[in-house]
Design a protein. Structure first.
Length: 295
């Protein structure tokens, strides 16, 4: 009978997602970030597939809340529904540019407690959203006063963030820019790679502050178009040298040329780029860059 309950859970998830999309029709309020997972879930719920979906449905709910001084703050809820939801609580991370790191941890920990206590067996995304709307703004001004929180805050200060930035440029030909990219990465102890040509791809990884410094320098150069296509942040407790090294997928920062061809010898072989990313365990990034599945 577990199959049956799995299916019931899938059906409840689908109907809750449909409810959310009818209540919040605009993408800036509610957006499913993994359409494939949603399609698999529907397929399974409609009994057209015995195969349990391969990934959780993930979506973003944005909530505007008023803070006491009458301004409006936007909170973003990154949500994922585990397969057993609603028998188990949803996974939700709330973020806002106005929350400090410790405030964000405090807020998410309280939300998790609320979900654990109130959301077993019943769909609860709306009540979770309401909780964020009602209470999240209060965390922005929460000074860490109580001793237990201060201790946690002090420990929190030890957390180091490891960051990986995936930068996309319309093209990278200029020799001076290419030299800057390599020199700055070395100076800031960043690893990764730079693929010159058209398009230009740069990946840097290392301490969050170093990645941000690298990005602020690179973006000041003149570009036809340059942007961060994807960003990964990992919090490291302690954050010693060994922990940082263990997160790296690249050993140094080097320039990678994949079989340049084309009139100016500048068009890279994207198939080779895909295989290179695959070797490094980053194949999913290919789709973020080029909007297609690599081969």
């Amino acid at each position: 009978t577990t199959e049956m309950t799995n299916q019931e859970e899938a059906e409840m998830q689908v109907s809750e997602l449909e409810l959310l999309s009818s209540m919040f029709p605009y993408e800036e309020e509610f957006a499913v970030t993994d359409q494939l997972a949603l399609a698999e879930l529907k397929h399974y719920a409609e009994n057209e597939s015995a195969e349990v979906p391969s990934s959780k449905v993930q979506f973003i709910l944005n909530v505007k809340a008023e803070v006491p001084n009458a301004s409006v703050v936007e909170f973003s809820m990154a949500c994922a529904l585990p397969f057993k939801y609603p028998a188990v609580p949803p996974e939700i991370t709330v973020r806002s540019s106005l929350l400090s790191r410790s405030q964000q941890i405090h807020l998410n920990s309280d939300l998790k407690t609320y979900l654990t206590q109130n959301c077993g067996g019943e769909p609860c995304m709306l009540s979770a959203r309401q909780w964020v709307k009602d209470y999240a703004a209060a965390y922005i001004d929460k000074e860490l006063s109580s001793p237990s929180v201060t201790a946690a805050g002090a420990a929190q200060a030890e957390v180091t963030t490891f960051t990986r930035l995936w930068i996309y440029s319309h093209h990278i030909y200029n020799k001076q820019k290419r030299k800057n990219i390599i020199d700055w990465a070395k100076e800031l102890s960043l690893s990764g790679f730079c693929m010159p040509g058209k398009p230009g791809v740069v990946c840097v990884e290392g301490l969050q502050s170093s990645c941000e410094e690298f990005w602020s320098r690179v973006r000041r150069l003149t570009w036809k178009r340059i942007l961060i296509r994807h960003r990964e942040d990992v919090s490291l407790e302690g954050g010693g040298h060994a922990e940082i090294q263990s997160q790296r997928k690249f050993s140094t920062l080097e320039e990678k040329c994949f079989d340049a061809h084309g009139a100016r010898g500048n068009h890279m072989d994207l198939g080779q780029l895909y295989h290179f990313l695959e070797e490094k365990g980053c194949a999913d990034i290919f789709q973020m860059y080029f909007g297609v599945e690599g081969h």
